[in-house]
Design a protein around this ligand. Structure first.
Ligand code: EPZ
Length: 416
């Protein structure tokens, strides 16, 4: 098990390049299943979840060439339509092969994801949507068995806003017979990036980014080239780390227009922010002020930034409330932060954080991807050494994070 050793107290200063978005790359890799032509992808982040998805697709027969951040896929010879439990249990996003497999090959056998640290996270909306499009689905021995001669367009209303639910059904609908309307669809920028890639492949999609997406099915999709959008959560994570340490950093190769809510909260905390083209600069020359956050679907405050803001609130001036409305168990980082001396009370989906002058370094443990980023930020501000264990969670969703943090002046090293 690998760990990170962090000496706290350094301000983060300098420039950092933001990688491609994990949550855009994962569905877009699955879009490669929708055509037998080659799909050329650029700016693909090098991180474990991307490697896991590539391995899953290769097991199905997809030819994949990885060359740094460039990935070329060809699904001309797919002969296995299955996502086995051992893959799905480590990465829930594997469910994203379901829609493309049923749409292109008429069959799929995908393991149910099982629970994960941050909540039960069922996939009932994915299944219901495919059934509405005519797929025969039954669940047996923990697997989703789906079959369809040809999917047909349908009007689908999401009871809950689901990012991968929207993405799965949007991909399935591109090859269905007729028009599909997704209502109460997710508006996340990663959904829009997937739509841009599918349109480049010949799909007919309108309304991506709004809560109603209309897809007109076509006979086949062709190859295309697509550059993955920048990762807004990695961007937010570095900005919060800089704000918490009282630093001054510039992010390059990023986008500010998809981070409005996060940037506003950082300004509320006292940061000075400048935006120019693909760069975002942040200066924080005093102790942050505590800020209240309430997570909700895009464009509201992202649940994937909740833990990072909680870390900043632990050493901020004043008290703040953090309300998590998306997942039922996304406060696993609280007890770890308490080990560093943080003062946090939790009541249901609400945490009240009373800022203290400083945290004391200690041995702590990561429990999920964004919680691990939160604990790294806490280690950067804590006095003395903090050891973060189980950082395989971090490696799933951040590209070379300790190299990027070291380049910004953090004292951080990986220990086997
Ligand atoms: C996506 O997960 C992201 N992952 C998550 O990022 C992100 O936290 C989440 O959206 C919310 O923004 C990817 O895009 C790969 P949901 P997803 O379906 O799609 C419930 C990270 O850190 N639900 O939008 O799995 C579900 O239980 C990860 O990068 C159902 O009830 O999330 C949850 O409470 C973590 N039935 C809520 O909806 C369903 O069929 C939102 O889930 C589907 C979802």
């Amino acid at each position: 098990m690998q760990r990170l050793a962090i000496q706290g107290g350094n301000r983060l200063n300098g420039e950092v390049r933001i990688s491609g978005a994990k949550n855009a790359a994962l569905p877009i890799l699955c879009a490669g299943l929708l055509t037998d032509d080659a799909l050329q992808l650029g700016n693909v982040p090098e991180m474990n979840d991307v490697a896991t998805m590539c391995k899953l697709l290769q097991q199905m027969g997809v030819k994949i060439e990885v060359n740094g951040g460039q990935i070329a896929l060809s699904a001309a010879h797919v002969d296995k339509f299955e996502a086995p439990y051992d893959m799905v249990k480590t990465m829930r996003a594997a469910i994203l092969v379901l829609g493309p497999l049923v749409a292109r090959f008429g069959e799929a056998r995908v393991s149910l994801p099982g629970g994960c640290a941050i909540g039960s996270r069922p996939v009932d909306l994915h299944i219901k949507g495919l059934q509405a499009m005519g797929a025969e689905i039954h669940i047996e021995h923990g697997y989703i068995h789906a079959q369809a001669k040809r999917l047909k367009g349908a009007r689908i209303f999401f009871d809950l806003i689901s990012v991968t639910g929207t993405e799965n059904l949007m991909m399935a609908a591109t090859l269905a017979d007729g028009v599909t309307v997704l209502e109460n669809a997710a508006r996340e920028p990663e959904v829009v990036d997937l739509a841009h890639c599918l349109i480049a492949m010949g799909a007919r999609i309108e309304g991506a980014g709004s809560d109603t997406i209309t897809i007109t099915g076509v006979g086949r999709l062709h190859g295309a080239s697509h550059r993955i959008m920048p990762d807004r959560i990695e961007s937010g994570t570095f900005l919060v780390a800089a704000a918490a340490t009282g630093g001054s950093i510039t992010l390059t190769d990023t986008r500010a227009d998809i981070l409005d809510n996060v940037l506003e909260k950082l300004q509320e905390a006292g940061a000075t922010i400048q935006v120019a083209g693909g760069t975002i600069s942040l200066q924080m020359n005093k102790r942050p002020r505590a800020v209240n956050v309430r997570t909700a679907p895009y464009p509201a405050f992202p649940t994937d930034m909740q833990a990072q803001f909680m870390a900043m609130n632990t050493i901020a001036e004043g008290s703040a409330m953090v309300v998590e409305t998306i997942f039922e168990n996304r406060f696993m980082h609280v007890q770890e932060l308490r080990r560093l001396g943080a003062q946090i009370d939790v009541e249901g989906n609400t945490a009240v954080i009373k800022g203290c002058a400083q945290l004391e370094g200690a041995a702590i443990m990561a429990t999920d991807l964004r919680a691990s980023a939160c604990l790294v930020i806490a280690g950067l501000v804590a006095q003395g050494e903090t050891i973060v264990d189980r950082i395989y969670h971090l490696d799933r969703g951040y590209e070379h994070i300790e190299a990027k943090l070291s380049a910004l002046g953090a004292q951080i090293r990986r220990i086997k």
